[in-house]
Design a protein around this ligand. Structure first.
Ligand SMILES: [Zn+2]
Ligand SMILES: [Zn+2]
Length: 340
């Protein structure tokens, strides 16, 4: 089977790999139909996020069961499924206190990062990491479960309410999924700040924002401006502290290495909460249920679809240019999906 393999920063290749086989009774093999390109994939390719050399990347996926072990009784050949790529053991000290997204075995079990992922034809997992995908819901929407689940985990920690004046920093797929998730929680207005003119155009063209949500090109913080700030860029904490109201919450979800200076006295004195969140913790079913409802409008966010052989072009359309070895704000897609 053909696979997208990460070699080194800015160096990926399409290679032939062996198809997986069932080797224990609770395993299933999924023929991948769609895998979304995630910001994490871009960070891996550009060397900002460490991945194992020679790993098959890709982790946001949906497909069809083609084989199941003797204990995977809930699943049969032909079932349409969504894959939860974030393995947890259930037994380590983190798992047992509920921090399954920080399973101590995670460093060696992350699909598309430390073990082979889903930018390929077949993927082996176990039955507890599989969820049904309804007939009539396209595979590319099923593939959005993983990022949506991560967003729902963050939103759960924020205990939002509709009175919060809200800003989302970054109008990429994660920012837009936050918009959808917060709308589900009754937040009918807010502001999304997005620096890329191309992205702003796409969001406007596709009529993504409903209600009183606004789109602004530049985040210029003002005092006491917002009660809730979601920073999906990973680089606007200082500005967020300037704009957050007393008692406000700042959510950090972008994986970008940088240093920022904040004053602990101010955090204490103004009762500010800074809340980080990674991966999903008990929200995967919620995400798949929302996607299976077909009512989220994900078709507006998934703008581009590609074949596996066009992977470099797909990266370039997301502002990640393998030839020039640089990332930019020249973006021709919101969410891109590889159809396999
Ligand atoms: Zn992802
Ligand atoms: Zn564990």
């Amino acid at each position: 089977m053909k696979a997208i393999v990460y070699n080194n920063p800015w160096d990926i290749s399409i290679e032939e790999r062996e198809e997986p086989l069932i080797t224990s009774p609770d395993e299933v093999i999924v023929a991948i139909s769609a895998t979304g390109i995630c910001g994490t994939d871009l960070s891996i390719v550009s060397g900002e996020y460490a991945a194992r050399q020679r790993v098959i990347i890709g982790h946001e996926s949906a497909g069809v069961i083609v084989a199941s072990g003797s204990n995977a009784l809930h699943w049969k050949e032909g079932d349409r499924v969504i894959i939860d790529p974030t393995y947890y053991c259930g037994e380590c000290s983190h798992c047992r206190k509920g921090l399954r997204n920080h399973c101590l075995k995670k460093a060696t079990t992350e699909a598309g990062v430390s073990i082979d992922g889903t930018f390929t034809s077949y993927f082996k997992t176990t039955s507890r990491f599989i969820y049904p995908l309804n007939d009539g819901i396209p595979f590319e929407q099923g593939a959005m479960s993983e990022p949506l689940s991560c967003v729902l985990t963050a939103v759960k920690k924020l205990a939002v309410n509709p009175f919060m004046r809200t800003a989302i920093l970054g109008g990429g797929p994660i920012g837009l999924l936050f918009y959808l998730a917060l709308s589900q929680h009754g937040l009918r207005n807010g502001t999304i700040y997005e620096a890329s003119k191309d992205r702003i155009k796409l969001i406007e063209q596709r009529g993504i924002l409903q209600g009183d949500w606004k789109l602004e090109p530049e985040f210029i913080p003002e005092k006491n401006q917002f009660d809730l700030i979601i920073d999906t860029t990973g680089s606007l904490l200082e500005k967020s502290v300037q704009a957050i109201a007393d008692g406000g919450k700042i959510s950090l979800m972008g994986l970008r290495n940088n240093q920022q200076t904040i004053n602990p006295r101010e955090i204490a004195d103004r009762s500010i909460s800074i809340i980080g969140s990674i991966d999903s913790q008990d929200t995967f079913k919620h995400a798949t249920d929302l996607i299976n409802s077909g009512s989220l409008g994900l078709e507006k966010i998934i703008t581009n679809q590609y074949q596996l052989s066009d992977f470099s072009k797909a990266l370039k359309d997301l502002g990640c240019d393998l030839q020039k070895k640089q990332r930019s704000n020249e973006i021709a897609s919101l969410k891109s999906v590889i159809l396999i």
